[in-house]
Ligand binder design. Structure first.
Ligand code: AMP
Ligand code: MG
Length: 421
């Protein structure tokens, strides 16, 4: 791993898909992204404690075993096991072993020593009896056997070995990982710099929520939604604002975005109509790939490079923009951020709805799980209904092939929480 070097830009044709069927299946589009995208961010050294959600630039190796030495799992008395059946009495060695303050001496055979949870097992012992299982006068203990050798203690390295690879490069750190790395002494890690993502909305009709909307204007729903999604995915977001349907204005925004960001997400103007300026501008760079994906909801996705920075031109319709961002932009951004390819985990749940669809197009329905464990879908499939995104807790994914779903049939449910939202 070369420290501090920014990887070379993506190739101009990285989004170009072989011409073939007019409508590209979702899986083909995903496979193309997976095969052609690489990390575009540099590397920095980051404290593990600050690393939640960050992506490892190299493997994480245990600097020490965990536990480093054998220690007691309970408060009690350390002795040499095994102990046979029946009643026993044992003299106590003076002193004790406590967490952080190990017993310096050695315990003679047939004797025991006071030990506390987390304390190193003293030399001469290998077993701990619970304090609740003994009576003592301070000089000796009495208890009943049997007791297996090694009872109530943790062996050195039983959790992790020194030198063991704990995580591979590309792993995204969870809070559990922060505990694991800390426990083996890893304080700093080489981490991918945060992917910087610019977000631009395009359209003459758009106005920022909170402002007065004149007749003919609508509020920009996509940019706040996309910025929020990107932040939950751990990226650094640059809000590029709204550009009107004017090529010069969009160009200026893209120039600014390409300067400050690693990737740009836009919404609106991505089709091939006369007001679809995003696709026209990318066409002029020679890098445009207009992906017509066989899915609903969806309109073309306009992909390309602007001043070497990848641009994801999402559809304007907020439901389509959201679902295209979740299905395509999310895994693509993960690769560009230096992370692993992520196929979101979905579950097979019984349908609480009926539906039939034709062959040749994958469908994503706004969905949620009811208390009886069935999954229901939003009443209106019309993709203009933004409120369905609020109603839903996830998506039902219906396969490309024709299906008729009857109540109780298993369908694939993809919770938003599994999409990092
Ligand atoms: P377009 O892809 O530009 O043709 O837009 C498709 C539809 O989505 C139109 O009805 C637009 O008004 C609407 N739309 C585009 N961008 C946004 C946005 N940022 N927020 C809400 N609706 C939008
Ligand atoms: Mg538009």
């Amino acid at each position: 791993m070369t420290m501090g070097l920014i990887p070379p830009p993506l190739r101009n044709d990285c989004f170009a898909m072989p011409q073939g069927a007019h409508w590209t299946p979702v899986d083909t589009a995903l496979a193309h992204l997976r095969a052609n995208l690489q990390p575009v961010t540099g590397v920095e050294c980051v404290s593990v404690a600050e690393g939640k959600g960050r992506i490892l630039a190299g493997p994480a190796i245990a600097l020490r075993a965990h536990p480093p030495e054998p220690n007691s799992a309970v408060d009690g008395y350390a002795l040499k096991g095994p102990i046979s059946d029946g009643a026993h009495e044992m003299p106590l060695v003076a002193g004790r072993s406590a967490a952080g303050v190990p017993f310096a001496g050695s315990v003679p055979a047939g004797q025991a020593i006071r030990i506390l949870t987390g304390a190193v097992i003293p030399r001469g012992t290998d077993t701990v009896i619970l304090q609740e299982d003994v009576t003592t006068n301070g000089d000796a203990i009495a208890f009943h056997g049997p007791l297996k050798a090694g009872a109530n203690m943790r062996k050195a390295g039983e959790d992790l070995h020194k030198g063991q690879q704990i995580f591979a490069a590309r792993h995204q750190l969870t809070i559990g990982d922060i505990a694991t790395l800390s426990s083996v002494g890893v304080g700093m890690m080489n981490i991918r710099k945060r992917l910087r993502v610019g977000v631009l909305s395009t359209g003459d009709e758009l106005v920022n929520p909170g402002n007065i909307a004149r007749p003919g204007q609508i509020y920009d729903a996509n940019r706040p939604m996309l910025c929020a999604a990107l932040r939950s995915w751990g990226y650094a977001v640059t809000d590029l604002g709204i550009a009107p349907d004017n090529r010069e204005a969009i160009k200026r925004k893209l120039d600014a975005g390409a300067q400050d960001c690693d990737v740009i997400l836009t919404s609106g103007g991505a089709s091939a109509g006369e007001e679809d300026h995003m696709s026209a501008l990318l066409e002029n760079t020679g890098s445009l790939a207009l992906w017509r994906i066989a899915m609903k909801p969806g309109r073309p996705l306009a992909l390309g490079l602007w001043n070497t920075k990848p641009v994801f031109g999402l559809p304007g319709n907020p439901v389509a923009a959201c679902i295209c961002a979740l299905i395509f932009a999310k895994p693509a951004l993960s690769l560009m951020a230096g992370g692993a390819w992520q196929d979101p985990v979905s579950y097979q749940l019984p349908a609480g709805f009926t539906k039939s669809k034709k062959d040749g197009r994958r469908e994503y329905l706004r969905a949620r799980v009811t208390e009886d464990g069935t999954v229901e879908t939003f009443a209106s499939e019309g993709s203009g209904r933004v409120s369905g995104l609020s109603w839903a807790t996830g998506l039902v994914e219906l396969p490309d092939a024709a299906v008729t779903v009857a109540k109780g049939d298993l369908v694939r449910y993809l919770p938003f929480s599994n999409l990092g939202l």
